[in-house]
Design a protein around this ligand. Sequence first.
Ligand code: DC
Length: 222
Amino acid sequence: MRNIAIAIDGPAAAGKSTIAKKVAKHFNFVYIDTGAMYRAFTWYVIKKGVDPKNEKAANALIPEVKIKLTNDHKVFVNDIDVSKEIREPEVSGNVSFIASYPKIRIFLTEQQRELANETSVVMDGRDIGTFVLPNADVKIFQTASVAIRAKRRYLENEAKGIKTTLAEIEKELAMRDHIDSTRAMAPLRQAEDAIAVDTDYLTIDQVVEVIVNIVNNKLGVK
Ligand code: DC
């Protein structure tokens, strides 16, 4: 059977990774978290003492960065497990700068396309349907209001022991959405052939069900 690609894009903290993991499990596809790759690169920039706002200096690190995503959703940079560190506020607050640099986007996009070539994937991000995999079999644009996204992220952080306030999260999400959707290269936007799923009033299981049905319809599964 040929490889299938399901693209799930949308703004920060819209619950894409939670949903994408479950959809991938349902179809027995590999889940690829492209945001984790931008976060991993950002973690490395900060660790090297480089200012994330310095595009030239960040680009210069490209040859040193080897990112690996494992099947159990761990993220490694040069064999260091950074799964927890990449969710810390310092990384979240700087990742949009790193993700706006074309050289770094090309470096990570190439790896994302290779992964989708190897196997069937559910890939989540901002530009999967518009740029990384324009021929994806199914494209979903998953959204939720800022207030709901902030509340969900707050509870998630609390469970992980990451200390933040609701107001800080709302501010960061709004800033990230702005930078992500106004950058020059592959900005966050809904692909013309993507189906929008608003998750404000849906439970996780309901969103999964909606997306599984969309995929089955598109693939002609009865
Ligand atoms: O999904 P996330 O919050 O983990 O993503 C972190 C950042 O990475 C997000 O602010 C924008 C960027 N990103 C991107 O530009 N393109 C992607 N395909 C995925 C994430």
